[in-house]
Design a protein around this ligand. Structure first.
Ligand SMILES: Cc1ncc(COP(=O)(O)O)c(C=O)c1O
Length: 418
């Protein structure tokens, strides 16, 4: 069959892709787990590597024709090991969830006890939620953040570890705005004879850029997604000590995946290369500055920041002091109309359900990638506050939409296409 011609091209899908591109670049993208990836990363993602089957690992493949693919995957492995100082890397996980499930498969047995952060206090579904395979297959117990300072309480983690004697302790978060030191987790894991996994999905770019402690020297296994602060393609990665290398590789393939997505692996290699450049460290530093400026500006607008602020790329905002009636669900919907994209989020001890919530989560990786700095953060806070205050006034929301588009036009993400 010949390739589609101008006449038979799938204009429906390509039209929708253009529409989504327009949405992304004309609005404020404030979802903490998203970023704009580089044109080079996208080129690798859309390359001929998508045509290739490469089950196995470099030099140990089940199919022929993998000499070049071997070089690409080996490059990705070498780069990510160097970037984080790891003994061993597996770059094949299709996503963060696949990476985490592979670690459980490789290191523990179904029914084994594990400790992780509760979902409603900032943990991830794959850290033992009862609706996720992690919580169905393994005996997870959850720790929570402190009622007083809304930070992880290591005394509680230790007490639970002593009580439940987990085989594995999972550190890492999905909506927690504070630095997370790896040493206390290591000390507790050692005290009870547990293994320690640190899921740095959100903060991988901050770790690579030197603005968050690197857990690799302390953890038995580190997992992450490549598409958040690290600014790579959608995908996952696992770093391990040599002691667990064989078990982890076996758990990824053949344990839980088939053929690797070598186009994604190539794009990961490109992203690791980009993250090794000195400019990436500046980018990570700017993320921290922007998040802190936005948190300050939001509190001046009357919002309460969970834990009082942020030292990462994200903040969790308690909407109740701003407006007791306003839910996270409603805020997300009306902000979307104003071109401000973020997500509703439970705050610790939230009286509302996860579908409604009393909070929103806000992240600055995308706006920082497009070049916004501290000066733009009060504007963003003002646009959020105005939209929420005037949420029943469509003309006022439309006016903010115009201001958002004008601000974004000053910070073009991708070169205009000819
Ligand atoms: C801490 C953490 N782990 C794992 C994941 C899962 O990643 P993915 O969506 O790629 O499966 C996420 C995604 O948000 C996350 O925040």
């Amino acid at each position: 069959m010949p390739w589609p011609s101008e006449k038979t091209r799938d204009n429906e899908v390509f039209g929708l892709i253009d529409k989504e591109r327009e949405r992304q670049v004309t609005g404020l993208q404030l979802i903490a787990s998203e970023n704009f990836t580089s044109p080079d990363v996208m080129e690798a993602t859309g390359s001929v590597l998508t045509n290739k089957y490469a089950e196995g690992y470099p030099q140990k493949r089940y199919y022929g024709g993998n000499a070049v693919v071997d070089e690409i995957e080996a490059l990705a492995i070498e780069r990510v090991k160097k970037l984080f100082g790891a003994d061993h890397a597996n770059v094949q996980p299709h996503s963060g969830a696949s990476a985490n499930m592979a670690v459980y498969l490789g290191l523990i047995k179904p029914g084994d006890t594990v400790l992780g952060l509760s979902l409603d206090h900032g943990g991830h579904l794959t850290h033992g939620s009862p609706v996720n395979a992690s919580g169905i297959l393994y005996n997870f117990h959850s720790f929570r953040v402190n009622d007083t300072d809304e930070r992880i309480d290591f005394d509680q983690v230790r007490e639970l570890a002593i009580k439940h004697k987990p085989k594995l302790i999972v550190a890492g978060t999905t909506s927690y705005p504070r630095r997370l030191e790896p040493q206390p987790f290591r000390a507790i894991a050692d005290e009870v004879g547990a293994l320690m996994m640190f899921d740095i999905a959100h903060i991988a770019g901050l770790v690579a850029g030197g603005v968050h402690p690197n857990p690799v020297p302390y953890a038995d296994v580190v997992t992450f997604t490549t598409h958040k602060t690290l600014r790579g393609p959608r995908g996952g990665c696992i770093l391990t000590t040599s002691a667990h290398a064989a078990a982890i590789d076996k758990a990824v393939f053949p344990g839980s995946q088939g053929g690797p997505l070598e186009h994604a692996v190539a794009a990961k290699a490109v992203a690791f290369h980009e993250a090794m450049q000195p400019e990436f460290a500046l980018y990570a530093q700017q993320i921290i500055k922007n998040a802190s400026a936005l948190a300050e500006a939001l509190s001046q607008q009357g919002f309460r920041l969970v834990s009082g602020g942020t030292d990462t790329h994200m903040m969790v905002v308690d909407l109740r002091p701003f407006d007791a009636e306003l839910t996270g669900k409603e805020a997300q919907l009306v902000l979307d109309e104003a071109g401000i994209t973020l997500n509703k989020n439970n705050i610790p001890n939230d009286p509302r359900s996860p579908f409604v919530t009393s909070g929103v989560r806000i992240g600055v990786p995308s706006v920082t990638t497009q070049g916004m700095r501290e000066a733009e953060m009060p504007l963003i806070a003002e646009y959020i506050a105005t939209t929420l205050r005037k949420r029943n006034d469509p003309a006022a929301v439309a006016e903010v939409r115009g201001k958002v588009a004008a601000l974004c036009a000053k910070f073009p993400v991708y070169p205009k296409r000819a």
